[in-house]
Design a protein around this ligand. Structure first.
Ligand code: FES
Length: 107
């Protein structure tokens, strides 16, 4: 299990354990975290699982694919240098303690 903290749009921080190999989107939706819609179910086709990754931890993440980068162009909230799609990030030991800040809107 990998400990991930999600900061909801309200500012409330929720820390959950996500099984290795599960996406960080799944970790949020399975635990009732507010701020991720995931309308496409994780197919990299909706952009409603947008999150901001702790900038200091960006080197720990795999590089985004071209498909993820294209979908990030469509997100509703401001796209930032640390924007990622949480459905495209799989929990792994390297991500232990990662903090994701969720944007104020997904649509
Ligand atoms: Fe749709 Fe991530 S859940 S792009």
């Amino acid at each position: 299990m990998v400990r991930i903290t999600y900061v909801e749009p309200s500012g409330n921080a929720v820390t959950v354990n996500v099984a290795e190999g599960r996406s960080l989107m799944q970790g949020a939706t399975a635990n009732g975290v507010n701020g991720i819609l995931a309308e496409c179910g994780g197919c990299c086709a909706c952009g409603t699982c947008h999150c901001y990754v702790d900038p200091a931890r960006l080197p720990d993440l795999p590089e985004p694919t071209d498909a993820e980068l294209a979908m990030l162009d469509t997100v509703a909230a401001e796209r930032r240098a640390n924007s990622r799609l949480s459905c495209q990030i799989k929990a792994s030991a390297e991500l232990e303690g990662l903090v994701l800040v969720l944007p104020d809107r997904q649509t």
